[in-house]
Ligand binder design. Structure first.
Ligand SMILES: [Zn+2]
Ligand SMILES: [Zn+2]
Length: 427
C-alpha cells in the first residue's frame, strides 16, 4: 500500500513537504518553510531522517528547500537536486539564516552537510535510489526548477509539479510535460482560481509604460524578486528596449551570476548574455547614488519593497511625477508594495503624503494560472487515479478541485488535504 503524508503545504502557499510511503520505505518531496504574520519561520511536520530512502527538492525557493538542512542535524539522507537549485538555495538559505537565526535550529554547516550528500539531477535522466526511480523535467518556474516523477518500489507512479509555469518566458521554456503514465498527481494550486492575462499583453503594457517614462526623462524603479523575476525583466528590456540604461541591484546580482554559470538551463542563453552585458551591476553606494539621477530602468530587490536597495531608490524617486514604480512580483497583503498600490502611500513617508511617481502593477507571474494547471491535469487524465492539490490558499485549492471534477468526473480521487493528513493512493 502506498500513501502520501502531508507534512506541510496543505491549504497554504508555503512549506511544501510531502512524504511518500511505500510499505516500509519513505521518500520525501521538498521540505520548505512558511512565514507567519510576524514574518517568523514556520516549519513542516517532523520526519525522522534515518527513515528516509532519500529526498528530492524541486527548486531553490525557501518554501521548498528552507527546512531541508534540519534533516542533516542527525542524519545524512541522499538529496536529489539540480545544480542551480543547490547554488541558489545556498544564497537564499544564508540570507534566511542572517535574518532569522534565532528561530532556526540549523546553521550553514548543516546546509554544507546536505550539499555533500547531494546527487545532481539532469532533466530527463533517470536515477534509482533504494527502489525509487526518479526523473525530473523542467518546471519553467525558476532556474533549475523541476517537476519530479517518482516511481515507488512497488511500482506506483507519482508526478509532483513543485511550482510550475506552463507558459514560455524570456528566461525559461515552459514546463515540460512528458508523456508519462501517472497514477498520482501532486499539483500546486497557487493560482487555482486566477487566470493570468496573456503574457504578451502584459509585457507590451510594461514596455510601453517604461518607454513613456524614460522618454520624458524619468527613472523607472522595478522592485523584483532576486530569483527569476529580476532576470526576466532584464531580458524583456534587452529584447524590446535595448537602447535603455538598465541597472541591477541587491541579491539579484549574485543570482544573475548563478544563472550565467548554468546557461544550459536557460531558454535563450545568447539573449541572456546580451542582457547581462548591457546591464550595469551596482557595486556600492557610489554607483547607487548615480543610478537614479538619469533616465533608465533600475531593477532591484526586494520585490515587495520590504527592505533591500529598492527602498533606497523608492525614497529618491517617489516625489517626482516624471518617475515610476512598476511592481512585477506578487505583493502579499500588508506588504509595503501592496499598500503603495492600494493607497498610493509609503508608511515611512507619512500617511497623508501620497507618492507622486506613477504606480502600476504588472502580472509577470512565474506560476501557472488556473487554465495552465488544468492543462497539466488533462495531460495525464488517461491514467490518473489520484490528484492531491497542495500549495494553495483554501479557495484556490478547492476551486482547482472543482474544476478537476468538472473535467474528469468523479472516478478519480481528488484530495485537498490539510497538514497532517495521510492519503491512501488507489492504483
Ligand atoms: Zn517557487
Ligand atoms: Zn512555492
Amino acid at each position: 500500500m502506498v500513501h502520501v503524508e502531508i507534512l506541510g503545504g496543505g491549504n497554504e502557499v508555503g512549506r511544501a513537504a510531502y512524504l511518500v510511503v511505500d510499505n516500509n520505505k519513505k521518500f520525501l518531496l521538498d521540505y520548505g518553510v512558511n512565514f507567519d504574520e510576524e514574518d517568523h519561520p514556520q516549519f513542516p511536520l517532523h520526519v525522522r531522517p534515518i527513515e528516509l530512502s532519500g529526498l528530492a527538492i524541486t527548486h531553490a525557493h525557501l518554501d521548498h528547500i528552507g527546512a531541508a538542512p534540519l534533516l542533516y542535524i542527525t542524519g545524512k539522507p541522499r538529496v536529489f537536486v539540480t545544480k542551480p537549485t543547490l547554488e541558489i538555495g545556498k544564497l537564499l538559505i544564508s540570507d534566511f539564516l542572517k535574518l532569522n537565526a534565532y528561530y532556526i535550529d540549523y546553521s550553514i554547516e548543516e546546509f554544507e552537510v546536505m550539499a555533500s550528500n547531494a546527487h545532481f539531477l539532469e532533466y530527463g535522466v533517470e536515477v534509482e535510489n533504494d527502489g525509487f526511480k526518479i526523473i525530473v523535467t523542467s518546471a519553467g518556474h525558476i532556474l533549475g526548477s523541476a517537476m519530479i516523477y517518482l516511481e515507488t518500489p512497488s511500482g506506483h507512479r507519482i508526478l509532483y509539479t513543485g511550482d510550475v509555469n506552463t507558459i514560455q518566458t524570456w528566461t525559461l521554456s515552459r514546463a515540460e510535460l512528458w508523456p508519462l503514465k501517472i497514477d498520482t498527481l501532486i499539483i500546486e494550486s497557487t493560482y487555482g482560481s486566477t487566470k493570468h492575462p496573456p503574457r504578451h499583453y502584459t509585457e507590451k503594457r510594461l514596455v510601453d509604460a517604461i518607454e513613456e517614462v524614460t522618454d520624458s526623462g524619468g527613472t523607472v524603479l522595478i522592485p523584483a524578486f532576486s530569483v527569476g523575476r529580476s532576470q526576466e525583466v532584464m531580458c524583456l528590456v534587452q529584447a524590446e528596449l535595448p537602447h535603455l540604461d538598465v541597472y541591477l541591484d541587491g541579491m539579484s546580482r549574485e543570482i544573475t551570476n548563478i544563472y550565467l554559470r548554468h546557461k544550459s538551463f536557460l531558454r535563450d542563453p545568447s539573449l541572456f548574455e546580451k542582457a547581462v552585458q548591457n546591464t550595469f551591476f551596482i557595486r556600492g553606494w557610489q554607483d547607487r547614488r548615480k543610478a537614479w539621477k538619469k533616465p533608465g530602468v533600475i531593477i532591484s530587490s526586494a520585490g515587495m519593497l520590504k527592505g533591500g536597495p529598492s527602498v533606497y531608490y523608492l525614497k529618491k524617486i517617489a516625489n517626482e511625477p516624471k518617475n515610476a514604480v512598476f511592481l512585477v512580483s506578487y505583493q502579499a497583503p500588508n506588504s509595503p508594495g501592496h499598500i503603495i498600490l492600494e493607497r498610493g502611500i509609503y508608511e515611512e513617508f507619512g500617511l497623508d503624503e501620497p507618492i507622486k511617481a506613477r504606480l502600476e502593477w504588472f502580472d509577470l507571474s512565474s506560476h501557472a494560472g488556473k487554465d495552465g494547471l488544468i492543462s497539466i491535469i488533462q495531460r495525464y487524465k488517461n491514467t490518473l487515479k489520484n490528484i492531491i492539490i497542495v500549495h494553495g490558499e483554501p479557495d484556490s485549492a478547492s476551486n482547482l478541485a472543482s474544476m478537476a471534477v468538472e473535467f474528469l468526473g468523479n472516478d478519480i480521487n481528488i484530495n485537498v488535504p490539510l497538514n497532517g493528513d495521510k492519503i491512501e493512493l488507489t492504483s
